[in-house]
Design a binder for this molecule. Structure first.
Ligand SMILES: [Zn+2]
Length: 450
């Protein structure tokens, strides 16, 4: 990663200048994952289960909510406090700490061949409002744990950079800035907490004025590997310990408008109606049926619907609904969209109505490097873990890194697939197992990455 010209930050300076009030938050309500200990994994690169557990508990204190979750939105006092604590751990582990223009907190461990570009691993410490204790935190702490292991054991050839990305939950700001995707206008967007994204960026020690200087170039990073909780039910349901992520799915959203004719609900015979809501209803059923029938793991959803004029005694003349399609392959999304659009037009015509589609949101799929998927699966297998290959239906910082470097992701199970909720839960033994897999995978990558 390009080194920001800022001087390394000491923990004292972080607490004093960047996170006023953070020190007080360290003493906030106690939090405990007590009684959960990780397994003993094979191999010489041994992670420390107790240290991982203690750090998870510490981060959970910042922004702790009565429901047992956490509110640590990007740039909030709780976020600043968590980052300050994390920076202290990076420093204590002997890493050189800096914050880049995009507010990413980075710890660098030199390798035996300093000329090589770094391997990068990390995640985020910010959360959604009233979120859980594991999303992002597990991956940040696992990356730090890998650095601890390499620091005290055999060094890597590559430098290793541990990154806590800024504001993942509200737009992946820190990681997208590295890919050159954040515009200065975006910094005016209001964030939870009453300040703008630019103000939040300044609060964490980034530089709103120089955000456009944050981007990296391909070649600046040798490879990126992120551990994350699955946030879905696959691993938990199937009792599988490690997920080798195949990629992050792409998303396309469309505004669908059905036009019919609004008329009196008492005097208009059934046979001559042009009921936009009836068309919409048949279309929604078709979206579910056709997507189910389509070969593959794509998903399509109508999540919002609005009928006009919206009265009990008027036949709906116009209906607007949303259509969202996700898949690992953009070609599948496009092909399914064409199919659903055709089906919709036919349904509309049969009902003397019309249907119009307008795209309004696109998030490109980010496939993981196939060599990384294989490497993660083989590493997990060697550690004696059960492993499954699966796509990620949720977005991650890894997605932003994909244009810059080969990426890989490791998933650990989410109990009942619940996430972005105080009920989000992953047993500590799963997180420790994941950290062990991440560490072993980084060791392997070190041997093969450019
Ligand atoms: Zn996350």
């Amino acid at each position: 990663m390009a080194v920001s010209p800022k001087s390394p930050l000491s923990r004292r300076r972080l607490l004093r200048e960047v996170a006023p009030g953070a020190a007080a938050m360290v003493a906030a309500a106690p939090f405990s994952f007590a009684g959960r200990r990780g397994p003993t994994a094979a191999g010489s690169d041994q992670v420390a289960a107790a240290r991982i557990t203690a750090r998870m508990e510490t981060i959970a204190r910042f922004g702790a909510t009565p429901a047992g979750g956490g509110s640590r939105t990007g740039g909030s006092d709780a976020d600043l406090a968590a980052r300050a604590a994390f920076a202290g751990w990076l420093e204590d582990a002997g890493l050189t700490v800096r914050i880049d223009f995009a507010g990413n907190l980075i710890g660098r461990l030199e390798g035996s061949e300093p000329a090589l570009p770094p391997l990068v691993s990390g995640s985020h410490l910010d959360s959604v409002p009233d979120g859980g204790n594991f999303d992002g935190v597990a991956g940040s702490i696992a990356a730090l744990e890998a650095a601890e292991v390499f620091q005290s054991g055999a060094p890597l050839c590559h430098p290793l950079e541990v990154v806590v990305f800024f504001n993942e939950e509200n737009g992946k700001t820190g990681s997208r800035a590295l890919a050159g995707e954040v515009t200065p206008e975006e910094l005016d967007l209001p964030l939870h907490g009453g300040f703008s994204m630019g103000e939040a960026l300044a609060r964490v020690g980034g530089s709103p004025e120089r955000i456009t200087e944050a981007p990296l170039s391909p070649g600046d990073v040798a490879g990126y590997l992120e551990l994350h909780i699955e946030q879905g039910p696959v691993l938990d349901t199937e009792g599988i310990e490690i997920g080798a992520v195949e990629g992050i799915v792409g998303i396309r959203r469309f505004r669908v408008t059905v036009s019919g004719f609004a008329n009196h609900a008492g005097t208009t015979a059934m046979a001559i109606r042009r009921d936009a809501l009836v068309t919409a209803g048949r279309f929604i059923a078709a979206v579910s049926d056709e997507t189910n029938r389509w070969p593959g793991r794509q998903v399509a959803t109508v999540g919002r619907i609005e009928a006009e004029p919206g009265a009990a005694n008027v036949i709906p003349g116009e209906v607007e609904l949303s259509l969202e399609i996700r898949d690992l392959r953009m070609e599948t999304i496009d092909a399914l969209y064409d199919h659903l659009r055709q089906a919709g037009s036919e349904i509309a015509a049969r009902n003397q109505t019309t249907m119009r589609f307008e795209p309004y949101y696109l998030s490109r799929a980010a496939p993981c490097d196939t060599a990384y998927v294989d490497l993660v699966a083989a590493t997990a297998d060697d550690l004696g873990c059960s492993v499954a290959r699966l796509p990620s239906g949720a977005g991650h910082d890894a997605q932003s890194m994909a244009p810059l470097a080969p990426i890989g992701m490791i998933f650990v199970p989410s109990r009942d697939g619940i996430s972005h909720s105080p009920r989000e839960f992953t047993p500590m033994e799963d997180i420790v197992r994941g950290a062990q897999a991440l560490t072993a995978a980084l060791r392997r990558l070190d041997g093969v990455a450019g």
